[in-house]
Design a protein around this ligand. Structure first.
Ligand SMILES: [Zn+2]
Ligand SMILES: [Zn+2]
Length: 266
């Protein structure tokens, strides 16, 4: 009887000693660290990188590696990625915002390096385009409606004109919205992102498409974004230098200058 009792005690001690091993240490905090967006293609570039008309960004979120758009020239895209130490084979997903060549031109060069990817594209893309993607062996997921495409990652769904989708990350600080050219309007995109998720936007990154827009309109957009709760912005690509200057003034230290080679984390 006494021996039986000792065995029970020994088992209890062992179980208690191993409990901490099974308990995950602060998983939320662990997942948030390492989340970042790196600009791999933009009109502007940090020294050592190639600047070219177009946009692409590498999104690292949770355990996902997503290439958002692909710029216009595959060689330039691969060269910039190489400089940043990004292996094309590490890309799991490619998210194409819209059909324009300055966002899709680099796709084929990436697929040549790594066809083991899933490509999220607007369903309104021509069949020939989708077929070409599949011919590399890549998987095509057609998007039309807003939806959660990966855990805590959403698409706005296709918005018009042009037929463009934006990528939404649900982070602990709020939404991070990545936009291609914002043809539907940056404010409309952010509003939609908030409606879909029920959360406020925190950071908006990408092309705001405000070339030639009058100052009054640009200031109004800045005010609207702030009203929507946007705290930080990183306007890239087709935003236009005048709009960039105005946003820099309006957002102060929460304005982040874009350019190939730049990284933003939260
Ligand atoms: Zn465009
Ligand atoms: Zn564009």
């Amino acid at each position: 009887m006494r021996r039986f009792f000792l065995i029970i005690v020994a088992i209890l001690v062992l179980v208690l000693a191993f409990i901490p091993l099974f308990r995950q240490q602060n998983p939320a905090r662990q997942q948030e660290s390492g989340n970042k967006i790196t600009i791999v293609y933009d009109n502007k570039a940090l020294s050592g990188f190639k600047g070219s008309w177009g946009f692409a960004a590498l999104v690292k979120f949770k355990n996902y590696t997503i290439l958002f758009d692909t710029g216009s020239d595959g060689e330039i895209l691969l060269s910039n990625m190489n400089k940043l130490g990004i292996d094309p084979k590490s890309i799991q997903y490619i998210f194409l915002s819209h059909i324009h060549g300055d966002h899709t031109g680099g796709l084929w060069a990436i697929l040549k390096e790594n066809s083991n990817v899933t490509v999220f594209l607007p369903s309104i893309f021509p069949d020939g385009f989708k077929e070409k993607v599949r011919s590399f062996g890549a998987k095509v997921v057609e998007i039309y409606e807003p939806k959660e495409i990966l855990e805590d990652i959403y698409t706005t769904g296709v918005m018009f004109p042009v037929g463009e989708q934006a990528l939404i990350l649900k982070t602990s600080k709020g939404l991070v919205v990545v936009v291609g050219c914002s043809h539907p309007g940056i404010v409309k995109i952010v509003e939609r992102a908030e409606n879909i998720t029920g959360e406020n936007a925190y950071l908006v990154v990408g092309g705001f498409h405000l070339f030639g827009a009058p100052e009054r309109e640009i200031r109004k957009i800045g005010t609207s974004l702030k009203r929507l709760g946007v705290q930080k912005i990183m306007p890239c690509h087709c935003t236009g230098s005048k709009a960039e200057d105005i946003f820099a003034e309006e957002f102060g230290t929460d304005y982040i200058e874009c350019g190939t080679g730049k990284t933003i984390s939260w």
